[in-house]
Design a protein around this ligand. Structure first.
Ligand SMILES: [Fe+2]
Length: 499
């Protein structure tokens, strides 16, 4: 429902909302919001500003199972599953979209603290002073004197922030400021020109590393590209056989038994017409048939393994992000699988106490192109860049984005325990401020395109995460035998792993 309708209902009942609850209400039907507000009013509660904590406090009396939960599949709560937006977008909707993004990230920056003398841009006068401003990067260029000239915008106006080349550490960091980044600048100067002393990202820091409550494993896979001539069907079937306890040594079989969840994070099929002349690389020519093949394979997996699957850029879904779940027109038999839940890209699932942000990773290539030295960075570096900005695809226009006029679905509001990114065809593990980051491998041999751009895939590797110990193992299904990717007893040393 519309933001203004939510605000009106609450205002009329004498309540104000914080952003977390506003975003939650926007996703609900109007009748449900009216019901909750009416009940809260009837409870005669003292609180006037509603937050998620307050909703949690009264959830039993409100008849809410879990205020965040939209769906549940046994051990899995689907916390965020973005539905397709319909209706025509008008110019004003784009303004609302950017305003919403700005307000959300500004609130995160303010909540983080450390912003002395915070001012809006309009309030900075002609007198010199020291301020903090929170702004969106509107433009960026190098001046004749080789300083960095940044135009910054907030809801009250624009200002120029200059970063002096003599401040080397800051200058190097600022070169990686991207258009549309929302950061806090510590500046000195007046409304004519501001000189940056520092800048701060919203950043993602979990105070402590959370663990789940079961001795069970999640397996992370993606990029099957079913339908492609390069699809490694034999290898994927070995993975399925291993899950079913048919192959592997005794230790590997024991481990397979403990795998209770499988996350598929995009490029499930090869699709049709994704790039020019794709047809000559297709073994199965049609999305429906490709999904049928996928349903056949997933249908062979033990039924006590719960599967969550989101789309990627090769799936039969609009290529822009966010992508809603693959719809029934295409998914066919996948819909009839009781142990499978189709979700959006991105989505958030909660598995036995751990919040997992699942993202196909459409923006990773833009980071590779825009961050200085990006070609030499690894996937962990890019997941860190995303987390630091609290936005999955910050640069508008670098990739297709479908704006939602009410909220920006690509903002990372709640910090996840695990952040999964796919699409890079290489498995890699990292840890960013207590957030476990996982990049997934693929099940397709090297394509002509990958050869052309010098990209080396590393197929058939499966990261497996123990919920309780947070231990990660990577199993390699690229050969005839299943092997631990490194040594016989791989437990990743997260910081150093594959740097
Ligand atoms: Fe892929």
């Amino acid at each position: 429902m519309e933001k203004r309708d939510v605000l009106k209902i609450c205002r009329e009942s004498g309540f104000f909302l914080d952003r977390s609850i506003l975003d939650f209400f926007i996703e609900l039907e109007i009748k449900e919001v009216e019901r909750i507000i009416k009940k809260l009013k009837g409870f005669h509660i003292n609180e006037r500003i509603l937050s998620k904590n307050i909703l949690n406090k009264y959830k039993d009396r409100l008849g809410l199972k879990n205020e965040e939960s939209r769906d549940r599949k046994n051990g899995i709560d689907i916390l965020k599953n973005i539905k397709g937006r319909s209706g025509k977008l008008e110019a004003g909707d784009f303004v609302s979209y950017f305003r919403s993004r700005f307000e959300s990230l500004r609130d995160i920056l303010i909540k983080n603290g450390e912003l002395d003398n915070l001012s809006s841009i309009r309030r900075i006068g002609r007198e010199n002073g020291v301020f903090c401003i929170i702004g969106m990067v509107y433009s960026k260029r190098i001046t004749k004197n080789k300083n960095l000239f940044i135009e910054v915008e907030d809801l009250t106006g624009k200002s120029i922030v200059l970063i002096n080349k003599e401040n080397k550490e800051l200058f190097i960091r600022a070169q990686n400021l991207l258009l549309d980044d929302i950061v806090a600048f510590r500046v000195s100067g007046s409304n004519k020109m501001l000189f940056a002393n520092d800048f701060i990202y919203p950043d993602a820091k979990l105070k402590k590393e959370n663990i789940g409550d079961r001795d069970e494993f999640i397996a992370f896979v993606s990029d099957f590209h079913i339908g492609s001539k390069m699809f490694l069907e034999g290898n994927l079937m070995r993975f399925v056989d291993w899950l079913n306890g048919k192959i592997g040594d005794s230790r590997q079989k024991n481990l397979a038994q403990k795998v209770r969840y499988l996350i598929l994070s995009g490029d499930n099929i090869e699709g049709v017409g994704v790039y020019p002349n794709q047809e000559k690389f297709l073994k199965i020519k049609g999305c429906r048939k490709q999904y049928e093949k996928l349903a056949d394979i997933l249908g062979m997996i033990r039924k006590d393994i719960e599967i969550v699957m989101c789309p990627g850029q090769y799936d039969a879904v609009w290529v822009g992000e966010p992508q809603s779940a693959i719809n029934e027109k295409w998914s066919g038999d996948l819909n009839n699988m009781e142990n499978l839940k189709l979700v959006s890209n991105p989505s958030i699932v909660k598995i036995r106490g751990l919040n997992i942000l699942v993202y196909y990773g459409g923006s990773v290539n833009q980071f590779r192109n825009l961050i200085s030295g990006g070609r030499d960075l690894n996937i962990n570096d890019f997941t860190n860049e995303i987390l630091k900005r609290r936005h999955l695809a910050p640069v508008y226009g670098e990739m297709d984005i479908i704006p939602n006029k009410n909220i920006d679905d690509l903002i990372i509001n709640e910090l996840p325990d695990v952040f999964v990114v796919s699409g890079q065809h290489r498995a890699m593990i990292g840890n960013y401020n207590n957030i476990l980051t996982i990049s997934t491998s693929c099940w397709q041999s090297r394509t002509d395109f990958e050869t052309k751009v010098g990209s080396e895939p590393d197929p058939c590797k499966v990261p497996i995460l123990n919920l309780k110990s947070k231990e990660i193992k990577i199993l390699d299904f690229s050969g005839k035998d299943i092997v631990w990717e490194s040594g016989d007893d791989l437990v990743c040393e997260l910081e150093d792993y594959k740097k």
